[in-house]
Design a protein around this ligand. Structure first.
Ligand SMILES: Nc1ccn([C@@H]2O[C@H](COP(=O)(O)OP(=O)(O)OP(=O)(O)O)[C@@H](O)[C@H]2O)c(=O)n1
Ligand SMILES: C[C@](O)(CO)[C@H](O)COP(=O)(O)O
Length: 235
């Protein structure tokens, strides 16, 4: 049976590292809240049937967000950590997604994601037994330090990647791997880590480096720069 595609969007963070007057998903980006950009891109990608957005239960800002009223958007309550928010969004798909359907987990905080990268993920994972994620190769020399800041090693970088999102896995596999991880009392910062903990190997799919996560204040200007470059047709 042809699998369907669902997006899960963790959007319940408080943006501590942004140190702004509101959660970063509601900060202006080119005149619109950041959340509008990310959800608009996901809703415009036609293979995606539904977008489940995990929001903070007490979030007073969501009322003004146009994209949250898109017919394909569902909302659910997020959790204390990103992995809890993802787990709750997967629960919200119970009875909606079939076990073999694909779930693309994408950070709300990544508004620059390109449609061509979403399509590349679908194309390259179509027949893959596990699933995978977008990422970019590390470009700098990588060092490991001790707690005191002293460099203890140079890490061989030819097989090192920055893990990005979306991270795309079969619904049943991701749900079970993540719930097993959480049941062990472990926290993971991405979905691939839960899949790896289940002894499986996700496929890394190289994507555009401009699919950045807006984390710190300077990232807002960077995201605006990248979105403007994309609009001008620059790769
Ligand atoms: N309990 C949480 C924490 C984070 N997120 C979401 O996970 C994505 C990536 O997390 P991050 O960039 O760390 O966002 P914040 O947790 O808000 O940032 P900070 O760590 O600086 O507070 C964001 O879209 C964020 O909204 C979430 O849904 N639920
Ligand atoms: C999922 C992620 O964006 C992959 O790099 C990253 O792990 C999120 O980390 P955060 O600390 O929750 O932003």
């Amino acid at each position: 049976m042809t699998p369907r595609y669902f997006a899960v969007v963790p959007a319940a963070g408080v943006g501590k590292r942004m140190a702004a007057d509101r959660p970063k998903q509601y900060l202006p980006l080119l005149g619109r809240a950041l959340i509008e950009h990310t959800l608009e891109r996901l809703c415009a990608f036609s293979p995606i049937d539904k977008v489940v957005v995990a929001l903070a239960p007490e979030d007073p800002y969501q009322a003004g967000v146009k994209a949250l009223n898109h017919p394909r958007v569902m909302r659910c309550a997020g959790g204390a950590e990103r992995c809890h928010s993802v787990s709750r969004a997967l629960e919200a798909l119970t009875g909606v997604a079939a076990e073999h359907d694909w779930v693309l987990v994408h950070d709300l905080a990544r508004p620059c994601v390109r449609a061509e990268d979403l399509q590349r993920l679908l194309d390259q994972l179509q027949g893959h037994p596990v699933g995978g994620l977008l990422g970019v190769p590390v470009r700098d020399t990588m060092k490991r330090t001790a707690a005191n800041g002293q460099v203890v090693a140079t890490v061989e970088r030819s097989q090192l990647w920055h893990a990005y999102t979306p991270q795309m896995f079969r619904y049943g596999l991701l749900r079970d791997a993540l719930s097993a991880t959480l049941a062990r009392g472990e926290l993971v910062t991405d979905e691939a880590a839960a899949i790896e903990a289940a002894g499986l190997q996700p496929l890394m799919v190289e994507g555009a480096a401009d699919n950045i996560k807006v984390t710190r204040p300077e990232d807002l200007a960077l995201a605006e720069f990248y979105i403007a470059r994309q609009a001008a047709g620059e790769s």
